[in-house]
Design a protein around this ligand. Structure first.
Ligand code: NDP
Length: 288
């Protein structure tokens, strides 16, 4: 028996079609949802990501702006751009692509984004709202993972969920969303002793480390749902995840592929967050 493959590409198409309908209905009411994507520097992977995000926006009938700046841009200049986008009524969502060049303080930049336009959900107030169970925006990657688990009807209440990787953008918000869904959550990091002992307990295993092949089949509980967030470039030049797909799929009950798993879901959820931001802006304008 091999695992069921969870098709993130197909699910993301469905979600994007729903977003396109909501975008059309907002546009008919006089407000076209708008996303601004800001990229500083020449990071090759980031350039691909931002292009895909902007393309997806346009395909869904949303307005999108790609602002690209050289790596020499100063922090003050970037903060001024973010402030201008905060004030721009045609922009409902702002995303500053990470990583930023080393001379720019990413925290300071993210904290400058207006929380109601912070469609990545990384602003400290949005992180706090998520942690206290009143999310305004769920960070796109963990949100996409939750949608995949929901579409697969994976029971989360009382389930053992183990997350490998504890970053602010994936692992930590993932833990909050799984906890809110009633799972018992274990969050592992690079100092975790005996990683396999943790992962083998997992009914739901989410891996987000950026280390190709860190989780192998012998570290997976038979029948577990394995979600691979990692995106790595293998020695053969092909994309691969953090999970050794060949061995894990022989043990898992369901597993996400890379590519075609979490990646497309992240983009779909960015569109969902942007639509929600635009719908809130419209509701706010109507209330005034
Ligand atoms: P970070 O580098 O910010 O965080 C990596 C995390 O993994 C850290 O918490 C680190 O631990 C932990 N870690 C590293 N090595 C080990 C180890 N040997 N055992 C256990 N934990 C370990 O990465 P991101 O969260 O930003 O990204 C993770 C991966 O997900 C990357 O491949 C990235 O490209 C991908 N990604 C994919 C997305 C998608 O849409 N599919 C979106 C975002 C990211 P410590 O805290 O101790 O340093």
């Amino acid at each position: 028996m091999t695992a069921r493959i969870i098709d993130g590409a197909a699910l993301s198409e469905q979600i994007r079609a729903e977003v396109a309908q909501r975008a059309a209905s907002l546009t008919a009411r006089g407000i076209t949802p708008g996303l601004a994507v800001v990229l500083v520097g020449e990071n090759a992977a980031s350039q691909v990501y931002v292009r895909n995000k902007v393309k997806a926006c346009e395909k869904a009938g949303m307005h999108s702006v790609l602002e690209q700046f050289p790596a020499s841009m100063t922090e003050e200049e970037l903060l001024a751009r973010v402030n201008a986008l905060n004030e721009d009524p045609s922009i409902h969502g702002i995303l500053v692509q990470l990583p930023l060049p080393a001379h720019i303080d990413a925290h300071r930049v993210i904290e400058t984004i207006a929380p109601e336009k912070d469609v990545d959900g990384f602003h400290i107030s949005n992180a706090g709202l998520l942690m206290t169970g009143q999310p305004l925006f769920r960070p796109c990657t963990p949100y996409g993972v939750m949608k995949m688990l929901e579409s697969e009807q994976v029971p989360l209440r009382g389930a053992e969920a183990v997350i490998v990787g504890a970053s602010n953008i994936v692992g930590k918000p993932m833990a909050m969303l799984l906890l809110a869904a009633g799972a018992t959550v274990t969050l592992c990091n690079s100092k975790t002793r005996d990683l396999g002992a943790q992962t083998r307990r997992a009914d739901v295993l989410v891996v987000a480390t950026g280390k190709a092949g860190i989780v192998t089949g012998d570290m997976v509980k038979p029948g577990a749902v394995v979600i691979d967030v990692g995106i790595n470039r293998g020695e053969d030049g092909k994309l691969c995840g953090d999970v050794d797909f060949a061995s894990a799929k022989l043990v898992a009950g369901a597993i996400t592929p890379v590519p075609g798993g979490v990646g497309p879901m992240t983009i779909a959820m960015l569109l969902v967050n942007t639509i929600e931001a635009a719908e809130r802006a419209l509701a706010g304008a109507a209330a005034q």
